[in-house]
Design a protein around this ligand. Sequence first.
Ligand SMILES: [Zn+2]
Length: 163
Amino acid sequence: MDMVAVLKSVQYENIGILFLCHSSIGRDGGEQVLVLGDNCFYKGVIIHELNHAAGFFHEQSRFDRDKYVQVNWENVQDGKQDDFAKQSPTILSLLGTTYDYGSIMHYGAKTFSKNGNPVLTPRYDPHGLMGQRNGFSKLDIWKLNYMYGCVKDKFCSQALNLV
Ligand SMILES: [Zn+2]
């Protein structure tokens, strides 16, 4: 999956490139600004930010996440607590999917740790996938296809392929 395919799949006409790592969740009208800094020009990070723009929250923001990860609040950097907030079912749909430690939208154990200790402790074996930025997980791709009307049993010329 290259970046052009991702851009086509989310059907954005204009994506601006600035200099941090940030994207708002979903389309916010007009040009979508994707903010990418020096540390962000990695395929996985770009996919992560584009997936925010496509409407996806962090995986650990799921309202059912406490069953899958423990948040160690005492280790969270000051000012980063909102990054570990749960989103309510009125805002976030699980799309019928199971929790995905391997999602490109999942933080690593020590992301935004202020002391080097884990912020997220998995309750099940994440098989080393938690926080991976190699590319989409199979569920990430399934969710994108579902969100944008490209489910497996329906013809859709822009469906993303499992890679
Ligand atoms: Zn993010």
